[in-house]
Design a binder for this molecule. Structure first.
Ligand code: GZL
Length: 343
């Protein structure tokens, strides 16, 4: 065998030995290939808790506040390295992001599922990878074994609060037994917010045979689609007494459509208006008497999330679900809270 061939053979053997040595040492086993060198050195230096966060979108003030609350709490100063992904209202983007977090071997996956269904496969992959999953804001259907804990609101309770307010209002004005026509603007179809709020409100409505829910129309939690949905309902019905809108963004859109149709809302309006979320601009309209009742949905979940992750890091037991504190705002109490509303 001539010299050149001997040299090539020696090189091949050397490369093969090097590959075996590196593989055996595991030196590349635990790095996260997507990490840049400075990110990796930061993680190694500061031993940060790496969290992959898949947020469903940025469709409302509520949502952007929710995101900011988590980004503020899961900061480097608090011991975290947060990888944030905005799915822009597409479930496939959330599934892709979660798979990316799994391949990067993050320490925790946090996500707000756009809708309840369709997560079994990817959450099973996370479980098999040994990565705890924490749900924030919204829930998933199927086995609760697929996630460690849930932090958010009791959506059915929010729906019941809206119904209970309406019942108390009708009684207060001496019309408890009068027939009333109701339309409901629902949020993103199939989301736990839409399902829970609808279920809770309709549980109370079922106790009042004189309440008639004429129609439910999805406004997908946005201003524009809320306006379109309300305009459609106004073309269908000319005897609407109550509008139940499952978030403030849709309420803002609905109010535009109602005004354009020549009607008014609120305490002295043609239609009573019940909303959800309790963002600052909506509470201003409650104070102004244009929205009768706003059921709070609290987006400030970041600090509780950080606390729960630190508990898990310390090997402590955590609850299966944590509900944030929430109020019901009407003209009677809104001024107490309006001043220092941060969102
Ligand atoms: C509720 C949350 C909803 C808000 C909307 O927990 O999922 O999504 O009510 C947001 O404003 O779009």
């Amino acid at each position: 065998m001539n010299n050149e061939k001997q040299l090539i053979m020696a090189l091949i053997v050397l490369i093969a030995m090097l590959a075996v040595l590196l593989g055996a040492s595991g030196r590349f086993e635990n790095t996260r290939p997507e990490q840049t060198s400075e990110e990796e050195s930061a993680l190694v230096d500061e031993d940060l808790i790496v969290v992959g966060f898949s947020q469903l979108g940025s469709e409302s003030v509520w949502r952007t506040t929710h995101t900011q609350s988590i980004q503020d709490a899961l900061s480097k100063e608090n011991g975290f390295f947060l990888q944030y992904s905005n799915a822009r209202q597409k479930q496939e983007n959330q599934i892709k992001a979660i798979r990316g977090f799994i391949s990067q071997r993050v320490d925790y996956i946090v996500f707000s599922p756009l809708m309840e269904d369709g997560w079994e496969t990817v959450l099973t992959e996370a479980k098999e990878a040994g990565i705890p999953v924490i749900l924030v804001d919204r829930k998933v259907s199927g086995s609760s074994d697929l996630y460690t804990t849930f932090i958010g609101s009791d959506m059915e309770e929010e729906g019941r609060k809206a119904g209970e307010w309406l019942a108390s209002y009708q009684k207060q004005i001496g019309h408890a037994n009068d027939p009333i026509n109701i339309v409901v603007l629902t949020g993103t179809f199939g989301s736990s917010s839409q399902i829970g709020r609808s279920r809770g409100f309709e549980q109370v409505a079922a106790e009042h045979p004189n309440w008639h829910i004429l129609a439910r129309e999805s406004g997908d939690f946005t201003v524009i689609k809320g306006k379109e949905a309300m305009a459609k309902l106004l073309r269908m019905y000319d005897d609407i007494d109550v509008v139940v809108s499952q978030n403030d963004e849709m309420t803002f859109g609905a109010m535009e459509a109602i005004a354009e149709a020549g009607y008014t809302t609120g305490i002295y309006g043609d239609m009573k208006l019940i909303s959800f979320d309790g963002v600052k601009d909506a509470l201003g309209l409650v104070d102004f008497g244009k929205i009768n009742c706003d059921v709070e949905c609290n987006p400030l979940q970041g600090e509780l999330l950080a606390e729960v992750i630190h508990k898990l890091e310390a090997g402590e037991q955590v609850e299966k679900e944590y509900f944030v504190d929430e109020l019901v705002f009407t003209r009677d109490n809104v001024r107490e809270y309006l001043g220092d509303r941060v969102y």
